[in-house]
Ligand binder design. Structure first.
Ligand code: GDP
Ligand code: GDP
Length: 444
């Protein structure tokens, strides 16, 4: 597990801009597929030899679904986001706006940060050149934090910021995850709102109620991975403490810890998103689905508590779930009742099959013959009076099937044709449920 560093600060100080700047050089393959350009909230950063997860709290809405009136108070909402980020993080980058100067909201946010006792560094953003540095940072010294001026938008002092952030992470000196030598097998992460039935499903799969205690209040370990064997194969549920955590807290803001959820997802082969059939797809589920889709995470949607819906209505319910997932039609939906043990037996084999598909490696010969067949069947449409011309395709060495198409001009490939290519390749290569990434590169 990598250290988590959270960007915290009030809205509009430039957290997202910084996030994108700090992440930029770290990503090997960019999703240059049209339509996948939106901001991410969570990403792996690499600065020389140092790796960490960077979290941007700017784009996150974590207000309660059940009591929306609470979220009317904008400031409360911001603090809720910040609180979550601070709680999950190992260290904090506190961002303020040098143009605006110190505001009461900054001071309140800083108070939260300070109370967490976590290491913090402060960035005074929007200092768009060294000539403004002294004047624009002077306000902030009073807060007693190490500070550094930066301009995320214009690049001033960014290399120094990178250097200091790297050093900041190094000095955290976090213990590395101890490898206990246990073979973990296929790793699964359970996601979903409290009470959707995640623990019940885990128990139903493992078949021993004792393996997961519902009260983890006294548990000192923060993250508990549960490894078990089924039909001579090993499996691990990642972070079962995280599964139970929120449900126990008497908190009217019942919510999923999005950051923790995404991090666990990344550590796993397959993610299982559990949704209570009687509640349907809520806002947080939607956000999670959106993130999982964007991150190309292999996942299964489990529609649980099917026993609570009359049998003649289950198809209708399933259709509603399919509609929610129409942008990612490959994601399987499984109807279960953890209580009655229905549908549970499908989950592990399905996860296995999904992982196998992720591990598919296809030779260049087959890929290029497939490409020719697909092009013959339907040529790419003309864009700006030019027709994209494809030269060849290769599979990149990535955890999910990733096909890199080399063409004369990747900007000519529109999303509809990208989807066509993806679907055709899926069919020809037999990739039914795993995510597939198609990437276009211009080569001359
Ligand atoms: P967030 O809400 O904290 O994530 O802030 P954003 O990253 O969305 O930035 C808010 C606004 O500040 C946007 O209009 C940015 O273009 C602008 N901004 C961000 N960084 C800088 C900077 O370094 N200098 C200036 N002048 N504007 C910036
Ligand atoms: P978690 O918070 O997502 O881990 O949810 P739990 O597994 O603790 O389940 C929450 C509640 O829903 C408990 O009272 C369970 O007994 C109940 N529950 C879980 N699965 C089912 C199901 O398939 N059918 C019904 N009727 N209740 C269920």
């Amino acid at each position: 597990m990598l250290p988590i560093v959270a960007l915290v600060g009030r809205p509009n100080v430039g957290k997202s801009t910084l996030f994108n700047r700090l992440l930029r050089k770290s990503r090997a393959i960019t999703h240059d597929m049209p339509g996948v350009t939106r901001d991410r909230i969570y990403g792996e950063c690499q600065m020389n030899d140092v790796k960490f997860d960077l979290v941007d709290t700017g784009g996150m809405v974590l207000e309660s679904e059940a009591t929306p009136e609470l979220s009317k108070d904008f400031e409360d909402e911001i603090f809720e986001q910040a609180r979550e980020a601070i709680e999950e993080a190992n260290a904090i980058i506190f961002v303020v706006d040098g143009k605006e100067g110190l505001t009461p909201l900054d001071q309140q946010a800083a108070e939260y940060v300070r109370r967490s006792g976590k290491p913090v560094m402060m960035l005074v953003n929007k200092v768009d050149g060294s000539e403004f540095s002294a004047a624009m940072t002077s306000d902030f010294h009073i807060m007693g934090l190490d500070l550094l001026p930066v301009s995320a938008a214009h690049g001033y002092n960014l290399s120094e910021v990178r250097k200091r952030v790297r050093q900041f992470v190094v000095e955290l000196n976090l213990p590395e995850e101890v490898d206990d030598g246990i073979e973990r097998g296929l790793r699964l992460t359970m996601l979903g709102r409290p009470n959707a039935g995640k623990s019940s499903i885990i128990n139903a799969i493992i078949g021993q109620d004792r393996l997961i205690v519902s009260d983890v209040a006294g548990t000192t370990r923060d993250s508990i991975d549960v490894t078990f064997e089924k039909k001579n194969k090993r499996y691990t549920f990642v972070d079962t403490a995280g599964v139970r955590r929120r449900a126990n807290i008497q908190d009217h803001l019942e919510k999923i810890s999005v950051i923790r959820a995404l991090k666990n997802s990344k550590r796993s082969d397959v993610t299982i998103l559990t949704i209570d059939i009687t509640l349907g797809v809520g806002r947080q589920d939607k956000r999670l689905i959106e993130f999982l889709a964007k991150e190309k995470t292999p996942f299964i949607v489990v529609v649980n508590k099917a026993d609570l819906v009359p049998r003649n209505e289950t198809n209708q319910a399933l259709d509603a779930f399919r509609r929610e997932l129409r942008i990612i039609p490959h994601v399987p939906i499984v109807m279960t009742s953890a209580q009655k043990g229905v549908g549970i037996g499908k989950l592990l084999p399905m996860a296995e099959a999904m992982r196998k598909e992720c591990e598919i490696r296809i030779g260049t010969g087959i890929l290029n013959r497939s490409l020719q067949a697909v092009l013959e069947k339907q040529q790419p449409p003309v864009v700006k009076r030019k027709r994209p011309k494809f030269f060849y395709v290769t599979q990149a060495d990535e955890p999910i099937p990733t096909f890199v198409f080399f063409c004369n001009d990747h900007t000519l490939v529109k999303s509809a044709y990208a989807r066509y290519l993806e679907n055709q390749f899926r069919k020809m290569l037999g990739i039914k449920t795993a995510p597939v990434n198609v990437v276009f590169r211009s080569s001359h």
